[in-house]
Design a protein around this ligand. Structure first.
Ligand code: PEP
Ligand code: MG
Length: 591
């Protein structure tokens, strides 16, 4: 019987790695609490300001060494924390009110901030706690007079290392991912949307995150097998496990090579129909992976991810550079920039208020509240800055702009009017903007689906956001695990909505794609192709499998399948039928 110890975590980035544990803990610096006489307090406050200034200088230096994409921008956000009243004023007040040393004040304020992070609902924001800790530790070190050690941020990672950490702040994750000796990441904290995961996926390093007891179980130098697809880490594996892991690693590499070969072959069905496969992206850095995996364009750029994790507006200039970088990298391929989908499940509550610089009314039903285009139309400065940045960037590639959560004709008219005004003011300023920028909408509410025939007369293209379309059609909160069992893409109402939108786009002769999660899942791909969809947009990692599915699908067969499906009534019946049909279609393909 095998004695191997397996730790289970979240599968953050697929692939298999075998290497030695390189444990890099972010130690919490616990300073000594010293009480100070009143006469020394102002000198202590000055000492704190001095340390903040030194830290800012160090961050500026570090920023220069990072690519000017979102990781550079996040370091910018780190710097802004050094000016944030929640951090700075709170520490100064603690020195004055508690008559304590600056180190202790910084420690106390950081602990309070970290515990607020722990209770945040939004996983992405919660996972930014590592960044707060990193900035705070740096201030502590500067108070302590420790010399800034650049090497500390770059590490010298020994060959064949698996990086093991409690949490990795973004700067460290980027440096480590660029280290050729780092084979994989394993972290105690984090989730699917933490930077460790995002950077690992973008750099195609296997990663497992969120293993609660990780640091108690792994010692530096332990041999580890990391299976990023299964979300599993094996500690000190025996010979048999090593042989098996090496085999799996070879298979994974072979599959990747096949996927990359396929990446440059068109997705053509068995009966000769061309299907376009596009990429979804959240972070600027992902654009390179999308290209590598053969994305024919960007079908969905979730631009709101430029803003999460920061408390201050993202300036027009910062946005311009981010959009320009994506457009240039895509070398003429179409990039679909979705305007900010803020509010609801994305960025809400405290962080959104801080970001907007004004309080928002509490919402009983955020998913039905001030979200996406609704929020942008009620915060014009924010909207205009984004539209101007996008229009300016349009001169550097092939851009189309898409508005999320449209449910009224008037919202679309108003959004387009704002876009035209921005275009006119840029032209008055003599700033170049592309002549033809298609403007479309996401169809993701039942309202939009049912007036799709009218919207299609005004829109240059549609993209169906099935994640939300399903949520709103079935009245199921997509975040609520208690009703997750009711969230079903194959409910007849969803299929009928899809069919209605497809017909509307076809009659108006406008391009249509699907960019929700189902667009990258083989079983649903067959369903979408059968309904008439010919363009799908998905995460980079899904592109290879999706292409393989298309190449092994007969569209005529999926059409017949969907004709039968639309005669059925219950979701279970439909699901069982599609499952049986797709299992038969793809039985010869590797899982
Ligand atoms: C969708 O709703 O399907 C979609 C792609 O948008 P998001 O998941 O960002 O809401
Ligand atoms: Mg959506």
């Amino acid at each position: 019987m095998s004695q191997n110890i397996f730790l289970k975590g979240i599968a953050a980035s697929p692939g298999v790695a075998i290497g030695q544990a390189f444990v890099c803990t972010l130690q919490t610096i616990v300073p000594t609490r010293r009480e100070l006489p009143p006469t020394q307090l102002e000198a202590e406050v000055s000492r704190l300001y001095e340390a903040l200034k030194t830290t800012e200088g160090q961050l500026a230096h570090l920023r220069k060494k990072l690519p000017a994409d979102e990781h550079g921008l996040i370091l910018e956000a780190h710097s802004l924390m050094l000016e944030d009243p929640l951090f700075v004023d709170a520490a100064v007040n603690t020195i004055r009110e508690e008559a304590v040393n600056a180190e202790w004040a910084v420690f106390e304020v950081t602990q309070a901030l970290l515990s607020r992070f722990d209770t945040m609902q939004n996983a992405y924001i919660r996972e930014r706690r590592a960044d707060v800790k990193w900035v705070s530790d740096r201030v502590q070190k500067n108070l302590d007079g420790q010399v800034f050690d650049e090497e500390e941020d770059t590490f010298t990672v020994p060959e064949n290392s698996v990086v093991v950490a409690d949490e990795l702040p973004v700067a460290k994750a980027v440096f480590l991912a660029n280290e050729k000796n780092a084979l994989a990441f394993v972290t105690q904290g984090g989730g699917q949307t933490s930077h460790t995961s995002i950077v690992a996926r973008a750099k195609q390093l296997p990663a497992v995150v969120g293993i609660p007891t990780l640091l108690q179980r792994i010692k530096p130098g332990d041999c580890l097998i990391v299976d990023g697809g299964l979300g599993e880490v094996c500690i000190q594996p025996d010979e048999a496990a090593l042989v098996q892991a090496k085999l799996k690693q070879q298979q994974w590499h072979a599959q990747q090579i096949q996927a990359q070969h396929r990446a440059h072959a068109p997705a053509v069905s068995l009966d000769g129909h061309r299907v376009s496969l596009w990429g979804n992206m959240e972070f600027v850095e992902e654009v390179d992976t999308l290209l590598q995996m053969g994305a024919e364009g960007v079908g969905l750029f979730r631009t709101e991810f430029l803003l999460v994790g920061r408390d201050n507006p993202c300036s027009e200039e910062e946005q311009f550079w981010a959009y320009r970088r994506v457009l240039e990298a895509m070398q003429g391929r179409l990039v679909t920039l979705r305007t900010f989908d803020l509010g609801g499940d994305k960025l809400s509550g405290d962080s959104l208020e801080k970001f907007l610089g004004e309080p928002l009314e509490k919402e009983a039903n955020p998913a039905l509240g001030l979200r996406a285009i609704r929020l942008c139309l009620s915060h014009r400065e924010l909207f205009r800055a984004q539209l101007r940045a996008a229009l300016r960037a349009s001169a550097y590639g092939n851009l189309q702009i898409m508005f999320p959560l449209i449910s009224h004709m008037s919202e679309f008219y108003e959004a387009k009017r704002e876009l035209e005004e921005c275009r006119s003011s840029l032209s008055l300023q003599g700033i170049a903007v592309a002549k033809n920028i298609p403007v479309g909408i996401m169809v993701e509410t039942p309202a939009a689906a049912w007036i799709a025939d009218r919207l299609a007369l005004e829109a240059d293209f549609f993209s169906i956001g099935t994640n939300d379309l399903i949520q709103y059609t079935l009245a199921i909160d997509r975040q609520n695990s208690q009703v997750a069992y009711l969230y079903h893409p194959l409910h007849l109402s969803v299929l009928r909505s899809l069919r209605h939108v497809i017909n509307a786009a076809r009659n108006a002769n406008i391009p249509l794609s699907v960019c929700g999660e189902i667009a990258g899942t083989p079983k649903y791909i067959a369903m979408l192709l059968g309904l008439g969809i010919r363009s799908l947009s998905m995460a980079a990692i899904q592109l290879g499998k999706a292409k393989e599915s298309v190449q092994n699908t007969s569209l005529a067969q999926t059409q017949r399948m969907m004709e039968t499906v639309l005669e059925k009534s219950s979701t279970e019946e439909i699901d069982a039928f599609i499952e049986a049909q797709t299992n038969a279609m793809y039985a010869h393909l590797k899982p």
